[in-house]
Design a binder for this molecule. Structure first.
Ligand SMILES: [Zn+2]
Length: 110
């Protein structure tokens, strides 16, 4: 599975969790919160939500790992900061490399 395919899967799991939580809220926990023996990860409310939370945690850790690869380092040759990951110059005008800028914009809650 590629990273893009995994992100698509995570998105599907999050959508399933939103839908499941919506059903629980609409019908009431006593009528809709489903748990079964044996456990059914495609049907059980707790497992659907748990899977989405675990996926979101993994996605956050993956983003953190990418950010850790794109930190500014001082370059004596360029006499300035550069991104250690993609080697672009960083200035007051462009304080983040394109990778960090893209992730920062994507995570902006506004
Ligand atoms: Zn970078």
């Amino acid at each position: 599975m590629t990273a893009v395919e995994r992100l698509d899967e995570i998105g599907a799991h999050l959508n399933a969790a939103y839908k499941e939580l919506g059903e629980v809220c609409t019908r009431g926990p006593s009528k809709r919160f489903r748990m079964s023996i044996p456990a059914n990860p495609e049907r059980d409310t707790d497992l659907i939500i748990d899977r989405a939370l675990m996926d979101a945690t993994q996605a956050g850790a993956a983003l953190r790992a990418v950010l850790d690869l794109h930190k500014p380092v001082w370059s004596t040759l360029a006499d300035g900061y550069r991104c250690i990951g993609c080697d672009v110059p960083l200035t007051d005008v462009t304080p983040n490399c394109p990778t960090v800028a893209t992730i920062t914009a994507a995570l902006d809650p506004s």
